[in-house]
Write a protein that binds this ligand. Structure first.
Ligand SMILES: Cc1cc2nc3c(=O)[nH]c(=O)nc-3n(C[C@H](O)[C@H](O)[C@H](O)COP(=O)(O)OP(=O)(O)OC[C@H]3O[C@@H](n4cnc5c(N)ncnc54)[C@H](O)[C@@H]3O)c2cc1C
Length: 393
């Protein structure tokens, strides 16, 4: 069994497999790479949605694409045309199948499932050593995609918690040409809540109830909200629940508390250029939205290029100063005034042109897009929040 590698990737979920795919595409030039994953098999455990034209990574593997979507707060409704950058749905099953197959096709790559670390990685004589339930391995560099436990993310501004299910009706019930991105729950002091309906056919849809709140909502706390939305949608018609999914995404992650460090008596990990932490709890998610899939794809490409250049991995690039400030100000408003959330989102979706808004939401924003977003929101509230964000620094 091979035990020495150029690179070890800890965790083969979205980030680990995305980098694995990029490296596998180098064919004979791929670094010797080991991917370590504790799960024994891949299930269809989530759905990734993103905006992207036909050139966006994984656009061609998407199961469904919408050219328009709606946002609704019970009083008004905005119908948004997104045909230039459609909204796409990729199933985790399709992504995992493709990634596992591509990685297996390159002899330099080794994906080991059902393997857990038995100790934190340690550094000795310039190489990282990992003890696992499947043996000991070493490498020049490590990409660590393990999610940090939530207690280490206590500075997170807001948590996005959601519970969803896939429904199949016997009779046509949906318009598969239009997604419902946000159907707001009545304004609340506790959270910004909304329902999300993604129809992939006239009879089948993914329905999710989502909350943005300063606390985490676990699955049990979201069940009654989701069930109420499902019953409202069904309106007495028979349906079958095919699959459930629960997600928790930190929005605006502060500096992790007491980050788990690999065993190394010399320096903490952050100071080793050969060890990077990535993924959802290490900067992958856009703070204001929680969207991470396309950001992970951009990181995977940049990481491959860096490994090719100098053998060293890179983490997620920090967002630009403008994006960080705008996201922090917006999240701060939602944290302190969740009851205003439905109105603020409605303003965004009804006052800003869809092209500008989607560019802004998917990190492709231009100066004029930022201006349009700022001008659509109530100036007094945002000035106050900007002051609070600046004072907290
Ligand atoms: C249900 C759900 C739906 C989402 N939908 C969207 C969406 O529509 N659009 C979007 O942009 N983003 C979405 N996200 C956010 C983000 O894209 C995903 O969370 C994405 O999977 C993050 O990738 P990751 O590699 O950081 O984490 P994961 O994909 O969760 O991978 C982490 C890997 O680490 C492994 N691991 C865990 N503990 C250990 C350990 N101790 N040792 C070794 N390995 C370990 C896990 O088994 C897993 O394979 C969603 C998230 C969830 C949970």
């Amino acid at each position: 069994m091979q035990t020495e590698f150029d690179l070890i990737i800890i965790g083969a979920g979205c980030a680990g497999l995305s980098l694995g795919l990029q490296l596998a595409s180098l064919q004979a030039k791929a670094p010797r790479t080991l991917l370590l994953e504790p799960r024994t098999s891949y299930e269809n455990d989530r759905t990734w949605c993103f905006w992207g034209d036909e050139h966006a990574p994984f656009a061609q593997l998407a199961k469904h694409t919408w050219q328009r979507f709606s946002v609704n707060n019970g009083v008004s409704r905005a119908l948004v045309d997104c045909s230039t950058t459609p909204y796409r749905l990729l199933t985790a099953a399709d992504f995992y199948t493709k990634a596992v197959r591509m990685i297996a096709s390159n002899p330099a790559m080794d994906l080991k499932t059902g393997i857990s670390l038995t100790a934190e990685p340690s550094l000795s004589q310039g190489r990282w050593h990992l003890d696992t339930t499947g043996g000991s391995f070493s490498a020049n560099a490590v990409v660590d995609t393990r999610p940090l436990p939530t207690q280490k993310l206590s500075d997170t501004t807001l948590w996005q918690s959601f519970l969803g299910c896939e429904l199949e009706f016997q009779e046509p019930r949906f318009d598969p040409a239009s997604a419902q991105l946000m159907d707001f729950y009545p304004a609340s002091q506790a959270f910004v809540g909304f329902n999300y309906v993604l129809p992939v056919s006239t009879t089948r849809a993914l329905v999710e109830f989502t909350v943005f709140a300063s606390k985490i909502y676990d699955q049990a706390e979201l069940v009654s909200y989701l069930d109420a939305q499902v019953e409202k949608l069904a309106d007495g018609r028979p349906y079958q629940r095919l699959r459930n999914e629960y997600g928790l995404i930190p929005m605006g992650v502060g500096k992790p508390k007491g980050t788990v460090k690999p065993k190394d008596t010399v320096k903490p990990t952050e100071q080793h250029s050969s060890y990077v932490r990535v993924g959802l709890t290490a900067g992958a998610a856009r703070p204001a939205t929680g969207y991470a899939f396309q950001r992970i794809q951009r990181w995977a490409l940049a990481c491959k290029q860096s490994l090719q250049k100098n053998g060293l991995p890179v983490g997620h690039q920090p967002d630009s100063f403008v994006i960080r400030q705008m996201d922090a100000i917006f999240l701060n408003v939602l944290r302190h005034h969740p009851e205003l959330g439905p109105e603020l989102f409605m303003r965004l979706f009804s006052k800003v042109s869809s092209e500008k808004l989607i560019r802004f939401l998917s990190d492709q924003g231009r100066v004029s897009d930022y201006l349009a977003v700022i001008l659509s929101l109530p100036p007094g509230l945002f000035m106050k929040s900007a002051y609070q964000v600046a004072a907290a620094r």
